[in-house]
Design a protein around this ligand. Sequence first.
Ligand code: UDX
Length: 464
Amino acid sequence: METSISTKKEQEIKIAVAGTGYVGLVAGVCFAEVGHKVTCVDIDDSKVELMKCGISPIYEKGLEELMQKNYKSGKINYTTDFRTAYREADAIFIGVGTPEQPDGSANLSYIATVARQIAESVEKDCLVVVKSTVPVGTNDKVEQFIKDFLVNDVKVEVASNPEFLAQGSAVDDTLYAERIIIGTESKWAETFLKKIYAPFNLPIVSVNRRSAEMIKYASNDFLALKISYMNDIANLCELVGADIEDVAKGMSFDERIGSKFLNAGIGYGGSCFPKDTKALDYMAKQQGYDLKTVKAAIEVNNQQKAKLFYKASKRLITFSGLKVAVLGLTFKPGTDDLREAPSIDNVPLLLDQGAHVYAYDPVGTKNFAEKYPEGKNGNGNISYVNHIESALDQANVCFIFTEWQEIKNLPAEIYKKLMRTPLVYDGRNIYSLAEMKQAEVEYYSIGRKSVKVKGTKYAEYQNS
Ligand code: UDX
C-alpha cells in the first residue's frame, strides 16, 4: 500500500463523502475548499438536486457560499450514484447519522449500509474514514464487515476521524478546528490521513482507532458534564441565595477550569450531548462498569429541562386559557435544529394544560410547525409569529428558551409595556436582575434570585 501513496503524491486527492448532514456536508465542502476533489453522496435525489443549485439542506452560516463557489470551480459534486463515487475515490469519509435507540445505544444501521455499499463498489485500494460518532470498537467491526463483503481484490483500511464541529459555527469549526484527531492502525493510513489534512494546517493528534473513538465521547460527555455541574450548582445557588452568574465568573479565572461552557440554563440539547452521554453510559453498562459521573450528568439534564415550567405552574396554578409567549424554539442560536431542545419538552406541557402558545423563533418555526401545526393542539393552541412583539402583546407569561441575539436585544422595558402581566421565565439568563427590577418585570431565571414586582405580596429580590 505504500506505493499507492507515493504515486498519488502529485495528484489531487479524490474524496467521497457518505451522508450530507452536518458532519458529511460540512466536511465535504471544507475538503473542497482546501483543494481536494470531493463527491458528496446522498440517497435523496431531491436533496442532491438542491445541493447542485447551491442550496444547503441544513442552515449553517457560510456553508452555501462555499458550496456554490466550489461547485462552480468543479471541486465538489453531489450524487446519488454511490457506486461511481466510491469506485473513483482515494478516501471515503462516512458522515451518516448514528441516532440514539430506545435503550440509549447508537443505531449503526446507516454505517453498516454504507460499509456494504463501499465493499461492493471499490475497485482500488482506499481508505475509509469514519467521521460519525460510533461506540468504541465499531471501526474494527466496520473494517471486518467491509472485508467480508469486498467484491474486488483490493485493500481497504478503516480510520477513525471524529468530528468536533458545533452547529451554527460548523464551517469555521472545521476550517479552523482546535485539533484533528486521527485514529489509525497502520502507518499507511496515518500518513494518508495526515496528507488529506495537511492543507488545513491544524494540530493533528494521531492515536489508535479505539482511542480516537473514545476521545469523541470523552470530550462531548465532559462538556455535557460541565454544563450539568453548573446547572446543579445553579439549583443550589437558588436555595442558598448565591448567584450562578457571579459564581461562574469567579470560577472562570482559574485556567484549570476555563471560561467556556460554564453557562447554567435549562439543560443541554442538540444532536450530540444527549445522545453521546447515553451512548457512553450504555457502553459502560455493557462492560459491567457503572459510569457514575456521566449518569449524573444525564439525570441533572433531564430534571433541568422543565424546571421553569414547574416553577411557573406553581405561580400560576394553571396555564389554561393563558396567552403564553415562547421566545426561542431551537436548541441553541444559529441553527434550525430542534433536537432535544427545551421547547420540545416544555411546549407540549403548556399545550396539555390548555395554554395559547405564541411562539417566536428567527429560523425554527417551520420545523416546529411540522411537529405542532398552527392551531388547536390537544387542549391548547399554538400560533407562530414573525415578530417578538406579537408574541408578547397582552401575554400573561413569557418563557425564553433560546438566547437568539434578536431576543437578547429586547430591552427589559418591553415586557412591562406589552404584556398583560410582565412575568418572565428566562431559561438562558439573558437579563441582569437589576435591569428587570428597574423595568418592573417579575423575573425568574436559573441559579439566581427572582425579581418580584412591587405590589405583589412578595418582597423584591426574595429567594424563589
Ligand atoms: C456539541 C459540541 O460542542 C461539538 O464539539 C460536538 O461535535 C457536537 O456537540 P452542538 O451540539 O452543536 O455541539 O452545540 P454546543 O454549542 O456545544 O451546545 C450544546 C448544548 O449545550 C446546547 O443546548 C447549549 O445551549 C448547551 N450549553 C452550552 C449550555 O447549556 N451551557 C453552556 O455553557 C454551553
